[in-house]
Ligand binder design. Structure first.
Ligand SMILES: C[S@@+](CC[C@H](N)C(=O)[O-])C[C@H]1O[C@@H](n2cnc3c(N)ncnc32)[C@H](O)[C@@H]1O
Length: 225
């Protein structure tokens, strides 16, 4: 099967692995086989994601990187900070496989990577379960008509707020100034939820794949109120 795209949001590649949405139309008689296939995979993915979240340790503050790619950033931070437990998720199977290989090779005990969709993953977390969330160079969807697919928007930011501990941090970095500004505007419109924090608290870490390609980098850190 080739790559299928439903309504421009859902992506199912030939391995059925890149599925970055959790919404599907209700089942309807005579719906295409591809949609039935996708529905089944999505149900399986929900069960898998719930299991991953259930198995997370609660003995140390938990840090989540969303869209961790090959895991360079998180591996370098986790290795230096055994007091926290680090989890990286991504919807791209190839990237997560590489990240997993890396953590196995480096034998970092407080680090794990999983194939999971961010919105689904967040929905299974308990309120205040996380101490930090990193979102580094999320897909920018630069064209005006694609902007609605950006991750850092209302529903997602409210979910981040729900799962962060009071005082917990949301770190965001992008090379797209318009995206950076959009998040800043959202935060200014929701001062009762988050407050800005000095960028000095960014951990010293390995540069991400997309950061290496970036011409400019814009960073924001917020604390949950
Ligand atoms: C532009 S890349 C950045 C990767 C990495 N953070 C870096 O800086 O090199 C965006 C990443 O987010 C992942 N991604 C996109 N939507 C996602 C979602 N809903 N849940 C988890 N990961 C997602 C993509 O698969 C991709 O690896």
């Amino acid at each position: 099967m080739g790559k299928l795209v439903f309504k421009g949001v859902f992506e199912l590649d030939s391995t059925g692995m890149k599925m970055n949405t959790i919404e599907l139309p209700p089942p309807a008689p005579g719906e295409p086989e591809s949609l039935q296939f996708y529905r089944k995979l999505l149900d399986e993915r929900k069960v898998e994601t719930a299991k991953i979240v259930e198995s997370l340790p609660d003995s140390r503050p938990l840090v989540l990187e969303i869209g961790c790619g090959h895991g360079h950033f998180l591996a370098s931070v986790a290795a230096k900070d055994p007091n926290r437990y680090y989890v990286g998720i991504d919807v791209a199977q190839g990237r997560i496989q590489r990240a997993k290989r890396k953590s196995t090779l480096l034998k970092i005990p407080n680090l794990e990577f999983h194939l999971a969709d961010a919105r689904l993953f967040l929905s299974f977390l308990n309120p205040r379960q996380l101490s930090q969330i990193f979102v580094l160079f999320p897909d920018p969807f630069p064209k005006e008509r694609q902007k609605k697919h950006r991750l850092m928007q209302d529903e997602f930011l409210l979910s981040c707020h729900r799962v962060l501990n009071t005082g917990g941090n949301l770190f965001f970095r992008s090379d797209v100034f318009a995206y950076f500004q959009e998040v800043l505007v959202w935060m200014k419109q929701h001062p009762h939820l988050f407050e800005p924090v000095s960028s000095e608290i960014w951990p010293d870490a390995e540069t991400t794949v997309f950061e290496k390609r970036a011409e400019n980098v814009h960073s924001l850190v917020f604390a949950k109120k």
